[in-house]
Design a protein. Structure first.
Length: 156
């Protein structure tokens, strides 16, 4: 008889250990969906603002590299040489001996956060010695908000 009494509690335990119900699973999924929506709503605009800020910082870094190039080579890269002159010695450069070993910029510094090359106009069209800019998120001239051009000029 003592063996039968011991068998009943384990049988009762098995009935109680059936797992989670479909309703409980749906409640957990609904909570996770709400949390995800809140995160997406708050994080995506920050990502866009970060891309604009990174572009502004990149332009400052490239401007500094252009100034260093000018100090060594006595002029800015020509429009034909472009910004690539900051990474490798242009073939037509007369002062090749003055070129800094390793160049003035490394890596993909000439690509904006949206994957487009930075634009370089010399002489500058907006009153400066040169214009350095990105077309923004849309990769096209002009635009507003995230699609607006970002450059080394004072916004008009």
């Amino acid at each position: 008889m003592s063996a039968e009494l011991k068998a009943k509690p384990s049988h009762i335990k098995r009935k109680r250990q059936r797992g989670i119900t479909l309703v409980e699973l749906l409640v957990v999924l609904a909570i996770l969906a709400m949390i995800s929506a809140i995160v997406v709503i708050n994080v995506l605009p920050e990502r866009d603002r970060a891309a604009v800020r990174k572009t502004q910082i990149d332009i400052g870094i490239i401007e500094t590299a252009l100034d260093q190039y000018r100090l060594d080579m006595l002029n800015y890269p020509s429009a034909d040489q472009g910004l690539e002159a900051l990474q490798s010695l242009p073939a037509d450069e007369r002062r090749a001996a003055n070129y800094r070993p390793g160049g003035y910029l490394k890596g993909a510094a000439l690509i904006d956060p949206w994957g487009n090359p930075y634009q370089y106009d010399v002489p500058g069209r907006r009153g400066g010695t040169f214009d350095l800019y990105s077309f923004g998120a849309d990769g096209q001239p002009g635009g507003e908000d995230l699609d607006a051009d970002i450059g080394n000029w004072i916004n008009e």
